[in-house]
Design a protein around this ligand. Sequence first.
Ligand SMILES: Cc1ncc(COP(=O)(O)O)c(C=O)c1O
Length: 369
Amino acid sequence: MTHPAPAAAHAPDYVWRISPYVGGKPIEELARELGLAPGSIVKLASNENPRGPSPRALAAVAASAGDITRYPDGNGYALKHALAQRHGVAIEQIVLGNGSNDVLELVTQAFLRPGDDAVYSAHAFAVYPLATQARGARGIVVPARELGHDLDAMRAAITPATRVVFVANPNNPTGTWLEPAALEAFVAGVPADVLIVLDEAYDEYLEPAAASRAIGWVARHPNLVVSRTFSKAYGLAALRVGYGVMDAAVADLVNRVRQPFNVNLLAQAAALAALDDTAYVDESRRLNRAGLAQLRAGMERLGVASLPSHGNFLLAQVGDAARVYDSLLRQGVIVRPVANYGLPEWLRITVGLPAENERFLAALGRARG
Ligand SMILES: Cc1ncc(COP(=O)(O)O)c(C=O)c1O
């Protein structure tokens, strides 16, 4: 095969085999395509916080804007210090990421090479296969149980070549959640020389009694990496800031492959302010709980099955999902097809504001009518 750019031929096969990540359709793109006013479009496609950012985060961004001529603190001291205090860990145990996506990538960069295996569940977050493939490693996809992670099967799937196991709790896009006791037993049962990356991007949406305590397990299980993000309940998706908590020796290695200034100045300032705004996160959780109930009840009225979810999104079984997705788009409502997750009959809907949820339900009724 000849390539228009000859150098492309030399890219590794495992890079050629990657199917790029497809995100939620941007509002501006749909507005251009359909000649709609962007303000008339409802986007429930990327598990963003529909409330807009915390005023404290906005104020912190404004206060830092004058400093953008200088590089940020590449060590993220102030944010890491606050996170270390919040979680009761040492500052050396925290790695900041350009979104938690970056943390997932960095862990694979530091720990996976061609010939290694990574284990993850079917229907788990799309970045696990992507990050695995980008290192030339092999992904072992473990069949799901009732669309959730089958931890026993995941433990059994670990091979001598396995270096990383990914677990999402709650999982995107299924919204499934693992009981802490089962998860802790799993962590204890994974060989000590295999890293467990526990992705808790949606943890803040869990009711406080169910919130994860897994960061507290890292001291006993130095092969555990817990990732969190400011993109969801903290409402800062565009700034790209997340973090991982891990054993200091693991963090040291991950930091070696991290680009020096991976988290920008405004992101660090906003995250620091958002961390303190517990009222904002509490209200986001309350609004989300009400929105999930609104969406599920509305879909039940329409005769559409949906899955209970522990995140800020839910799956709806709509049948011909590609057709329903298109119809929703034409009505100015963007949701997320999940055929790429092996779920061709389902759509994922992010919980919006009450009026946005209503817009979606009305549009879904018309799409199916
Ligand atoms: C399960 C899960 N993990 C990680 C991420 C990455 O988010 P971010 O890079 O914005 O922190 C997402 C985003 O949708 C997610 O759903």
